[in-house]
Design a protein around this ligand. Structure first.
Ligand code: GSH
Length: 206
């Protein structure tokens, strides 16, 4: 059994989609970030970063394995099950590359865009303009990749698509203009979003 410590955000959905895709049984622990449940000592003992998602895998010979953060969780589960990691070196390298692009370029840009457009008590036009432009700029390489390739790592669906889909479905969707002008991202998002495991994962924890 795997414990999934999560919440209903794009990052949480990346982990739940992956668990649904690989077919491992898991138990969901839903954190209320507004109440600060992710900063309680019990959770910090598990993950000192104090963010979700984290998984705890109890089905390992030497005791439970704890993994925090979506790229690490996806790689861990792909290696554990032998699923969703391309076997050919070129496609595997692309899967790693897009895991990094989504986690350290695209997702933080949309997070900043959301913070300054929606959460910030005072609207700072410079910060809003900075993140709006950055988000649009980072859509361009994804659009051209998906114009040339059915999925992000190549022909086959992989962890690169699992990590990117919730960003498209949640963060890109709420961005002004949605995916207008990015027909290949829209085509890919419709295809990935139709997968039963993706639909189940997008409903976890709520
Ligand atoms: N790099 C991490 C980011 C995780 C993250 O940003 N988690 C957010 C929820 S989406 C969180 O726990 N925020 C609470 C906080 O920072 O206090 C990943 O890819 O999983």
């Amino acid at each position: 059994m795997i414990d999934l410590h999560t919440t209903a955000t794009a990052n949480g959905y990346k982990a739940s989609i992956m668990l649904e895709e690989v077919g491992l049984s898991y138990r969901v622990l839903d954190y209320d970030l507004v109440k600060g449940e992710h900063m309680k000592p019990e959770y910090l003992a598990l993950n000192p970063v104090g963010r979700v998602p984290t998984i705890v895998d109890h089905d390992v010979p030497d005791g439970p394995v704890t993994v925090y953060g979506t790229p690490a969780i996806l790689l861990y589960l792909a290696e554990k099950t032998g699923q969703l990691l391309p076997s050919r070196p070129a496609a595997r390298a692309k899967a790693y590359e897009w895991l990094g692009i989504v986690s350290s370029d695209i997702a933080p840009a949309y997070s900043g865009q959301f913070v300054f457009n929606v959460i910030a008590p005072a609207k700072d036009p410079w910060a809003i303009g900075f993140y709006d432009k950055l988000c649009l700029r980072l859509l361009a390489p994804m659009e051209s990749r998906l114009a040339a390739s059915r999925h992000l790592a190549g022909d086959d669906y992989s962890i690169a698509d699992v990590i990117a889909y919730p960003v498209a479905a949640v963060s890109m969707k709420r961005f002004p203009g949605d995916l207008a002008g990015h027909p290949n991202i829209a085509r890919w998002a419709a295809e990935v979003g139709a997968r039963p495991a993706v639909q189940r994962g997008m409903k976890v924890p709520r």
